[in-house]
Ligand binder design. Structure first.
Ligand code: AMP
Length: 440
């Protein structure tokens, strides 16, 4: 048992000044890159009528067992669970769909006009072995359309991910799509799949022998070279789809074609989680040259989940479709755009103060600049003119504003054009108007 922080032997010397394995801090530029991406994705979602939602990082453990599925990697191997002092069993959320469906019922969203369209972003937790593109704390942006079974909503979700990723500077995308059928046709296909693999049980890898017992659809997910040949001849879902599923799939594909979105049908795509039905899809980028495993890294994945509501105890079936984009992978992808958040503005003025009185007055003057929405930089902790001018020159800011002792007495500031070195003395009560005349 690891020692508690209060136990003897767990002193300051035992504190490791590092983040837990597979998790990391986001600081400065990197933080802004995430924020910029989430802003861009939110902007697209809001335009299409999606509303924001934020659910807690912790949920009851049972929520994920009954939705994602007890025999999935996410639950069997990767779920972070804890027992609270009050005895509740909670889990760090590994994904966003189940919590959002929980929120949909908890807040009676079924009484609003349907479908309810929600977007979210934030951290998710999976106790996976950390490696490139695979973290234990991952960040996702997701969309959920809850309360419609119409194929146009599947197409809408795929369209929006495609738009978001393209606008994030990633045009070379591969969209793989499949239908895994519904409650009527899937069991027949599943039975055939199990029969087929049982006959070949000796030829498959150890993981697949487990999958055969617990989650047979995932046999088609196997990346082990040993299992690839068998996969080719496995019963293909497409031959088992019922009329309704076939029609739905056809409509989704027609919508994509009408939007000129190129896709590839991959009948082995199943997306391990229990709650999917009918449409499933994944979007990836070809690996960069020299990438070790050569497998394209999925940037986003999603699908239809018409039975999730029932799995969570609802009497009524609420059809839905959604997607999650892996922000960590998007932002690590070669060629990704540097999407800076809107609140970050390139400074126009470097504020310089000289002497104690000037330093004391600085924050009030900076407030004038803030009210006029003039982005500035400063170095208030520095005292000398040369130190401050040196920084202003280095960061390439077009103007400097200088406040010395004389200016404090006169209620003025000096504005210096850093390129021409021309200077103006400006009265404080005229400052706001003067700033408007400055070119960026
Ligand atoms: P999933 O629903 O599990 O397919 O997750 C959706 C997207 O999140 C994936 O396509 C990945 O881009 C991303 N993702 C999933 N797991 C991880 C992880 N462990 N680390 C980083 N990104 C991940």
């Amino acid at each position: 048992m690891p020692k508690k922080p209060t136990e003897k032997g767990m002193g300051k010397e035992d504190i490791k000044l590092q983040t837990p394995k597979g998790m990391r801090d986001l600081i400065g530029e990197e933080y802004y890159r995430y924020q910029g991406f989430f802003e861009k994705a939110s902007e697209v979602a809001i335009y299409y009528g999606f509303q924001p939602i934020e659910t807690p990082i912790l949920e009851s453990e049972g929520l994920f067992y009954h939705s994602v599925g007890a025999h999935t990697d996410i639950i069997e191997k990767e779920l972070y669970t804890l027992r609270t002092k009050g005895g509740d069993r909670l889990a760090l959320r590994p994904e966003g769909t189940a919590p959002i469906m929980r929120a949909y019922f908890e807040h009676g969203l079924q009484s609003q006009p349907q479908p309810v369209m929600l977007y979210y972003h934030g951290p998710f937790f999976r106790h996976d072995s950390p490696q490139k593109g695979r973290y234990r704390e991952l960040r996702q942006f997701g969309l959920e359309v809850i309360g419609s079974s119409k194929s146009i909503t599947d197409a809408l979700v795929i369209r929006l991910v495609n738009t978001i990723l393209t606008e994030a500077g990633l045009p070379d995308l591969t969209i793989e799509i499949n239908s895994i059928g519904d409650r009527d046709c899937r069991p027949i296909w599943k039975r055939e799949l199990v029969n087929y693999y049982r006959k070949h049980a000796k030829e498959i890898c150890a993981d697949c022998r487990e999958r055969l017992k617990d989650n047979p659809l995932r046999l088609l997910d196997c990346k082990n070279p040993k299992c690839q040949t068998l996969k080719i001849a496995a019963p293909s879902v497409i031959s088992y789809l019922c009329t309704g599923c076939k029609q739905h799939f056809k409509e989704v594909l027609e919508c994509l074609e009408a939007m000129n979105i190129t896709y590839t049908i991959n009948n082995n795509l199943v997306r391990g989680l229990d709650y999917y039905s009918r449409t499933v899809f994944e979007i990836s980028m070809a690996p960069a040259e020299g990438e070790a495993d050569g497998l394209p890294l999925a940037l986003a994945g999603g699908g239809r989940y018409d039975y999730l509501s029932r799995a969570l105890g609802s009497k009524k079936q609420v059809p839905a479709v959604g997607v999650a984009i892996g922000a960590d992978r998007v932002l690590a992808a070669p060629g990704v755009a540097n999407l800076l958040p809107r609140l970050i503005k390139k400074p126009k003025i470097f504020f310089i103060q000289l002497g104690t009185e000037a330093k004391m007055k600085s924050l009030s003057i900076i407030e004038i600049l803030r009210h006029t929405k003039t982005p500035i930089a400063h170095s208030l902790s520095k005292d000398s003119l040369s130190a401050q001018l040196g920084i202003a020159e280095k960061v390439n800011i077009p103007y400097a504003m200088i406040l010395g002792q004389k200016e404090v007495i006169d209620n003025t500031v000096i504005i210096r054009d850093m390129r021409s070195r021309a200077q103006d003395v400006v009265k404080l009560d005229e400052l706001a108007n003067y700033l408007k005349t400055l070119k960026a």
